[in-house]
Design a protein around this ligand. Structure first.
Ligand SMILES: Nc1ncnc2c1ncn2[C@@H]1O[C@H](COP(=O)(O)OP(=O)(O)O)[C@@H](O)[C@H]1O
Ligand SMILES: [Mg+2]
Length: 225
């Protein structure tokens, strides 16, 4: 469970100050499927980075299961990223010279998983996204949708409790978009994940039980009663 209190992130660019997040407070329960909408530059990616311990906020707290990511030391954040939180990005971010299986295996290196076990789990994760047959293909030999499936397998192979996806369908056509959202929704149900999905596509956000909007660094809960 996330409990976010007065989260603020300010970037300084020369003389200019950018308020990416302003005093954001938000609670996210275990097992929620939440979409985050809002205009470009509104603060969506900044929020996701704070939730994943990829970047430190300027002030405020990001409690994840009782521990504050905002003040946690680097070793603690490395462990959170290696074990607890998985990420999926718009551009897949696969290593082009590694096969699908090798790409997925990279996620298990920081946690110190042994070689044979890494290969076994990577193939299992690729099977769970429907790509068991493509384990030895390079990213360049796969379609965009298939590459995103590999990235999803890489995010999930470490059995995280939280999956953070930043515009995961932003580079895909509509049919592939629906296929990837179906897959994420299925994995969310099966694995009891907390899934946080950044999207500016209302066809995607309409499908999630809870929706929030971020604009100009402020959050609005669209499902709040
Ligand atoms: N590393 C950075 N340095 C300076 N400004 C940044 C940086 N990252 C994001 N910003 C600024 O913070 C604001 C929020 O950005 P972001 O969270 O990426 O928005 P979104 O994902 O909703 O498009 C924008 O004005 C953006 O230009
Ligand atoms: Mg963004």
């Amino acid at each position: 469970m996330y409990q976010i209190e007065k989260l603020t992130k300010t970037y300084t660019q020369g003389k200019r100050t950018v308020h990416a997040l302003r005093d954001v407070s938000l609670r996210i329960e275990d097992g929620e499927l939440l979409s985050v909408q809002g205009p470009t530059g509104g603060g969506k990616s900044t929020l996701l980075q704070a939730l994943g311990g990829l970047d430190r906020p300027t002030s405020g707290s990001v409690m994840l299961d009782g521990e504050d990511l905002a003040t946690m030391n680097d070793a603690g954040l490395t462990t959170v990223r290696a074990e607890t939180v998985g990420f999926v990005f718009q551009n897949f971010n696969l290593v082009p010279t590694l096969t699908a299986r090798e790409n997925v295996e990279t996620a298990l290196v920081p946690a110190g998983v042994a070689t044979a076990e890494r290969a076994r789990r990577a193939v299992g994760a690729l099977e769970s996204v429907g790509l068991g047959e493509r384990a030895d293909h390079l990213p360049g030999e796969l379609s965009g949708g298939q590459q995103q499936r590999v990235a999803i397998a890489r995010a999930l192979v470490k059995n995280p409790t939280v999956l953070l996806a930043d515009e995961p369908t932003g580079n895909l056509d509509e049919d592939t978009r629906d296929e990837i959202i179906d897959l994420l929704e299925g994995l969310w149900k099966e694995q009891g994940l907390t899934l946080i999905l950044v999207t500016h596509d209302s066809a995607v956000s309409r499908r999630t039980p809870r929706r929030i909007r971020i604009a100009k660094g402020r959050v609005q809960d669209l499902t709040a009663t």
